[in-house]
Design a protein around this ligand. Structure first.
Ligand SMILES: O=C[C@H](O)[C@H](O)[C@H](O)COP(=O)(O)O
Length: 223
């Protein structure tokens, strides 16, 4: 089974999980990336069964709208029963690294508002300890060099993601070689650096459930 087939299977599993809970006024939180895209495509066939979505990126908003699914501003929505999104890595405690697609800040905001975060991944994202995937940090452009020096003091090797501007007009530093022994502590420590908007550790608000695609089928993982 290819990685793409595993992603399709978890997208379908997430859809099957939420379909019985959809009401005509339901608004869904929708993430960003190749797995979230497959979820959006599968969701489109059921667009008459719910109200619309809040998207964690312009790219996802565009894709939802192309399918005819109404997209709401988060400021006009107070109740999101589900947030469905992928991840770059997850550990056994359902802590995540996200932001490979530079959407981490909006993803963290939509996840914060949502009741249940259903994370959809293929088995290549599973690790014992987070940190093989470089940790994305969204930074206000003028603070880039300062924040990079501070990240070196924390033991990481930050690299500027050339040519990438986030939906919020900021830049991304990818931090290599971090030893993430305490994801919650590191998430907080990096977010304390002046000029950091947020970092891609989802530990204070991790996933509620992981649906992981494997060649043998979709596994459900809870903490
Ligand atoms: O910024 C991007 C997001 O955090 C994605 O959810 C993450 O990179 C996983 O993307 P994909 O499903 O393409 O592996």
């Amino acid at each position: 089974m290819t990685q793409d087939e595993m992603k399709k299977a978890v997208a379908q599993a997430a859809l099957d999980r939420i379909l019985p809970h959809l009401e005509e006024d339901t608004i869904l939180g929708i993430g960003t990336g190749s797995t979230a895209n497959l979820f959006i495509d599968a969701l489109a066939a059921h667009k008459t069964r719910f109200d619309g979505a809040v998207a964690s990126s312009q790219a996802s908003a565009d894709r939802l709208k192309a399918h005819g699914i109404p997209v709401y501003d988060l400021n006009s929505v107070s109740n999101l029963p589900f947030y469905i999104d992928g991840a770059d890595e997850f550990d056994p405690h359902l802590n995540l690294i996200k932001g490979g697609g530079a959407a981490l800040t909006r993803e963290k905001i939509v996840a914060a508002v949502s009741k249940e975060f259903i994370c959809i991944v293929d088995q290549t994202k599973q690790v014992e300890v987070l940190g093989n995937f470089p940790l994305p940090v969204e930074v206000i452009p003028m603070a880039r060099s300062y924040v990079a020096r501070e990240l070196v003091k924390l033991g990481g090797d930050p690299e500027y993601r050339e040519g990438v501007v986030t939906d919020n007009g900021n830049v991304i530093l990818d931090v290599f070689n971090l030893k993430i022994v305490d994801p919650k502590a590191l998430e907080q420590q990096i977010n304390m650096l002046t000029g950091v908007v947020t970092n891609g550790l989802f530990a204070h608000r991790g996933a509620n459930v992981i649906l992981m695609g494997t060649p043998q089928g979709v596994q459900e993982i809870t903490a």
